[in-house]
Design a protein. Sequence first.
Length: 360
Amino acid sequence: MKPAEKVKPDVLPSNPGDKPKPIKPPKKVKEPLTKEQLRARKKAIQHGFSIFFQSLVVGGSVFVAVFSDLLFGDSEFGEIIKRTLGKFFDIGSLISNNYLRILETLTVLLFMWIIQRIYNAVVAILVPKKLQNGTTMLLLKSFVKYVIGFIGLIFILTAWGVDSVTLLASFGLIGLVVSFGAQSIVEDVISGIFLIVEKQFSVGDIIIIDGFVGRVTEIGLRTTKFLDIANSDLKIVNNSQVKNVINASLNTSTAVTEVGIGYEEDLERVEKLIAEEYIPNFKTKYKDLLEGDVLYLGVSALADSSVNLKLAAKVQESNRPKVSRLLNREFKLFCDRNKIDIPFPQVTLNHKNGDSFNQK
C-alpha cells in the first residue's frame, strides 16, 4: 500500500515552528461613481443643508421668542422681540386662553383621520387590487380626501369663531366668480371627468389624434399627457381638446410594408420562396412580437422600376413600427440568400444623335 500523502498548507511557514498564515482575500476595488450618481449625491447634500438651515432659522426664532425675558430682560431689544415674534410664539397664553378650541380642533383632525382610514379599508376590501391603482379609483381617492379636508376646515374655523353660514356663502360666491372667469378650465375639468368615467382610453394605450401617435402616460382632471412614440417627446393636451381619438390598443394592429423586386425575376418563384422560407423563418425568429399570422398580400403595384409586393403581420400597436422595420430587414436578407434582385431607380437619357444609355 502507498503511504498517505501529506496535505500541503496554502502558505508554507518561513520557520518550521511557525504556524501557516491564512491567505487574505483580495480587497474589493470600489467602482467610481457615475455622473448621475454624483449629481444625485450633490443634490441630496444640498437638500439636506437647505432643510438644516431652515430648521435652524425656525428653531432659533421660536427659542428667542419664548425665552426673550431670560435672554434680553427689559432691554429695548427684548421689547422689540416681545412686540413682534413674541405675539406669534406666546405658547402659554395661546393654550390657556384657547384650550377648548384647541381640543375641538384636535378632535376634528382625529375624526378626519378616522374617516380616511375607514375609506381606505373599505376600498381595500371591496375593490380588487388590480383596480385600486386605476385612474377612476385614484380620482375618487383624491375627491374623498379633498371633501374630508374641506368639511374638516369648516368645522375647525367654526370652532375658532368663524360663522360657517357666511363662510359657505363666500365659497359659493367665489365659485361663481371663478366659473365665469375660468370657463376653459371648467370645460377641461368636465371633459376630464367624462374621459375617466367613460374609459375612452386608459394609461398605457396607444392613441392617434390628428396624425399624432403617442402612448397615454397620465389622465388628469384638466390635462392628459401623451408620450410621442417616435421621439419620446411629452405632449400635454387640455382635455377639452382631446377630440377625434383613435384608440389603437383596443385591437391588434397590422404592420404593413411594401418591397420591390426586379421585373426580370420569376414572380411565381419568389412567391413560392416567400411562402416556404420567408414567412416561416420570420414567424419563428420573432414569435414574441407577433400576435397573429405573417401574410403575403400579393402584388401591390407595378412601379416604374420594380414589382412591389406587400407583406403584413398582426402585432400590438406598440410593436408595429418595430415589426415593420424587421419585415424590411428580413426581406433584404431573404433576397440576398436567394439571389433575388432588388432594383433601384434608373433613368434613360436620349441624345440627339440617337444613341441612348441607362444611368443608374
